[in-house]
Design a protein around this ligand. Structure first.
Ligand code: NAP
Length: 322
């Protein structure tokens, strides 16, 4: 099958961590751009990006990266987006598309838009895909395959620019949807931000117990705890910024969550097995729905490989003859 046409001439990647480096790898794999220019905040990351060969050119400043680029993607913590937009604004090429990958959209639009000149198309995006790892080594080209990328173009954005960015994400394997920044932030507050807060909380709670030792928590973690630890291992800077930037939606969802915890607490205290059973039956159906639409593997235990049984001979049954 022939490769699809190159969508962009020069893609500038500002920030080359998990997401930026996955974009770089996928752009290369799919031939989505003629060339990639990349930059990162630290010299150490820039050096690593060059070593990994993730870009055609690695430059030292954000301003230099965007010169002549027809697509600029900012893949840095959301709290840093305002300063970067102010820095790149005067250097953007007319007609360029500027996008980001931030996990919060309202704050990013508010912070970046005022710094972008007329004639530049601002199409914010959020690829809803990730892992708990960070940095340029953590990325992989297939990260976005069959995941959703949500575009939140401000009212009045040129539809051709939106279509072009949508085509870019589709080429990287993603499904594309559009919504307003506020709606995005509400949806993600419940599907991503609250689950991370719960994971950070429960892992912290277990760590601070006195009657149960830390080594016991680790040793018996397969009972459920370890699945929270994956999420709670996510990057502290990124997640600090998410909660600061999506404060209102997270507080709204947290209020509802606390009410539901109170209801389950009451059911346990009163021995109301029917209420617990009904609740758990409903939640099990949600897991099935996620698997049914292909957003997770149906393999039990998240498809973890299981070790073989030990090979020592079984003890002889009691009373058997030699
Ligand atoms: P990451 O692996 O930690 O990489 C972050 C990148 O941003 C690095 O290149 C880092 O440069 C740079 N950076 C950090 N602070 C900066 C600052 N103050 N100014 C300029 N650059 C800075 O993070 P990531 O997981 O790729 O996340 C990047 C963005 O993607 C975030 O906005 C996040 O909300 C969003 N996102 C993340 C996920 C996920 O699962 N991780 C999923 C979807 C969207 P140095 O290496 O030089 O410090």
């Amino acid at each position: 099958m022939s490769k699809p046409a190159t969508l962009f001439n020069r893609v500038a990647l500002i920030g080359v961590g998990l997401i930026g480096s996955s974009i770089a790898r996928a752009v290369r794999a799919q031939g989505a751009a003629t060339s990639i220019v990349a930059t990162a905040r630290s010299a150490a990351t820039r050096r690593r990006v060059a070593e990994l060969g993730l870009a055609d050119q690695v430059v030292e400043s954000n301003a230099a990266a965007v010169e002549g680029a027809d697509l600029v993607i900012v893949s840095i913590p959301v709290g840093a987006c305002a300063a970067v937009a102010a820095e790149i604004g005067p250097h953007l090429a007319p007609g360029a598309i500027v996008s980001d990958v931030g996990s919060v959209k309202g704050a990013v639009v508010r912070d970046m838009a005022p710094h972008l000149p007329k004639g530049v198309h601002f199409v914010p995006a959020h690829p809803v895909a990730g892992t708990e790892y960070s940095g340029p080594d953590a990325g992989f080209a297939e990260l976005f395959v069959n995941r959703w990328c949500i575009l939140t173009p401000p009212a009045g954005t040129d539809p051709q620019a939106v279509d072009r960015l949508a085509a870019f994400w589709r080429l990287l394997g993603a499904n594309v949807d559009s919504m307003t920044p506020d709606h995005h932030d509400l949806v993600l507050a419940v599907t991503s931000h609250l689950p991370h807060l719960i994971a950070y909380t429960i892992v912290g709670t277990a760590d601070e117990l006195e009657a149960v030792t830390r080594s016991e928590v680790l040793k018996f973690s397969a009972g459920g705890f370890r699945d929270f630890t994956r999420i709670a291992a996510s990057d502290p800077t990124m997640w600090r910024d998410v909660f600061l930037a999506n404060k209102d939606a997270v507080l709204e969802m947290l209020g509802r969550f606390n009410e539901d915890v109170a209801a389950l607490t009451k059911a346990i205290r009163r021995g109301d097995g029917d209420a617990l059973f009904e609740h758990f039956t409903r939640t099990r159906a949600i897991r099935k729905g996620i698997v049914d639409i292909g957003q997770d593997s149906p393999a039990p235990d998240f498809g973890r490989p299981h070790p073989d049984l030990p090979h020592e001979p079984l003890p002889k049954p009691y009373g058997s003859e030699d």
